[in-house]
Design a protein around this ligand. Structure first.
Ligand SMILES: CC(C)(COP(=O)(O)OP(=O)(O)OC[C@H]1O[C@@H](n2cnc3c(N)ncnc32)[C@H](O)[C@@H]1OP(=O)(O)O)[C@@H](O)C(=O)NCCC(=O)NCCS
Length: 175
């Protein structure tokens, strides 16, 4: 199985986080078309397995090459079941690196996003040496705001991730 040959970037109590590969296209196609993903993160226009492979290669895999980090696949240690993605993002439109995450709804409410995001946040700070890692979130995304607060981040300001995009909240470590 692909999961067993792609080495983990991080392990937590219940999760493995590893690089995405084009073989994860079916999972990504499912995750990116969840109504919650489209509502709170956006419609990436991924409708086919080929689209999902393109997303993986031009998004997360390109970020690993370019920045040395990116969004990782989160799998349950127990059975290697993929549950979501979590990792670090460097956007053209934001000076800071931000932490991102999305889980399939059937895995919500068990502390798994907090567990993954905490590990990624610590890895970014301590292993990659990124001094400031932030979170960007829609004002109506209470679940994600709760995760950012559990990371110790606090509301700092509103930002726009594109010129014509909506205002989103930027959560950052207290200075
Ligand atoms: C946001 C998301 C990752 C949270 O996943 P999760 O695994 O349920 O989060 P956790 O279980 O770690 O919950 C963290 C805290 O948030 C709280 N929480 C979760 N969903 C909530 C909601 N809808 N409203 C209020 N609080 C919520 C939990 O109660 C928990 O706090 P507690 O431990 O004090 O009870 C998940 O809902 C998701 O994938 N959403 C769609 C994608 C998305 O919005 N990503 C973030 C973009 S910025």
């Amino acid at each position: 199985m692909n999961s067993s040959i792609t080495p983990p970037v991080l392990k937590t109590k219940r999760l493995i986080l590893r690089h995405l590969t084009p073989e994860d296209a079916a999972f990504i196609l499912d995750l990116l078309n969840q109504p919650s993903f489209i509502q709170f993160i956006g419609d990436r226009g991924v409708r086919t397995l080929a689209d999902a492979r393109d997303y993986i290669t031009h998004g997360p895999m390109s970020s690993y090459q370019r920045h040395g980090f990116g969004l990782y696949l989160a799998l349950l240690k127990d059975g290697y079941e993929p549950i979501g993605i979590c990792g670090l993002i460097k956007r053209e439109t934001l000076p800071d690196v931000d932490v991102g995450y999305a889980l399939l709804p059937q895995f919500w409410g068990q502390g798994l996003a907090t567990e993954a995001a905490t590990a990624v946040f610590t890895y970014g700070r301590e292993t990659l040496g990124i001094p400031r890692i932030v979170g960007v979130v829609n004002a109506d995304n209470a679940g994600s705001i709760a995760v950012l607060q559990k990371l110790g981040l606090r509301f700092e300001k509103t930002v726009r991730l594109s010129d014509d995009g909506p205002e989103v909240l930027l959560f950052a470590p207290e200075a």
